[in-house]
Design a protein around this ligand. Structure first.
Ligand SMILES: C[S@@+](CC[C@H](N)C(=O)[O-])C[C@H]1O[C@@H](n2cnc3c(N)ncnc32)[C@H](O)[C@@H]1O
Length: 177
């Protein structure tokens, strides 16, 4: 068998294995795998913002992963500044590289734990997080901030609105004063 065929076959198997291994390592390290949201869920997040925060000024994407949801928001709300916060290096680096190439221009990423960040200037926060991570989010947000939780609701808190069917629901909350 020619060497190039062996090399290509090695890469074709090796790269997906490496990505899966890195995702598993991240899931062990941070408790949340960087599973990207699906387009239907992203569309419902955009619909939620169109309904509840059409003039959003600063949008935080908490746990932005590979950046897909943050880019969808930056494209849908060109007048807003979108900041993605992501702990894990590989998805953060990918999203940051895509943002540097642009468009859109109204997006940036920070490699940071959003639980330790000053989020007091954000009027909208969006996330796609497991309930055990999501439960700490409201305490980090300023009064009046709109929280759009994709996929999973906040346990024990009634949302002010819900968009989407059982598979791709997003839950909308207003942080009380
Ligand atoms: C399910 S993924 C969501 C990805 C992205 N929001 C999307 O919709 O495509 C959740 C991400 O949250 C990140 N994450 C979890 N806790 C975090 C924290 N405290 N600070 C920053 N990122 C966090 C994980 O590393 C993971 O990439």
């Amino acid at each position: 068998m020619p060497l190039t065929t062996v090399l290509f076959a090695g890469l074709a198997v090796g790269i997906p294995c490496l990505v899966v291994a890195l995702e598993r390592a991240q899931a062990r390290a941070y408790g949340v795998p960087p599973v990207p949201s699906l387009p239907w869920l992203r569309r419902n997040v955009v619909r939620a913002l169109r309904r509840h925060a059409p003039a959003a000024r600063k949008i935080a994407e908490l746990g932005s992963g590979w950046g897909g949801l943050a880019f969808a928001l930056a494209q849908a709300f060109p007048a807003a500044q979108v900041t993605g916060f992501e702990l894990s290096g590989l998805p953060y680096g990918f999203a940051q590289a895509r943002a540097m190439i642009g468009p859109p221009r109204n997006i940036k990423f920070r490699k940071a734990d959003f639980l330790t960040q000053d989020l007091s200037d954000y009027d909208v926060a969006v996330c796609y997080l497991l309930p055990r991570v999501l439960r700490d989010v409201p305490g980090r947000l300023p009064a009046g901030c709109l929280l759009v939780a994709a996929g999973f609701p906040l346990k024990g808190v009634t949302p002010q609105d819900q968009i989407g069917g059982p598979l791709f629901s997003v839950y909308i909350y207003k942080i009380p004063s």
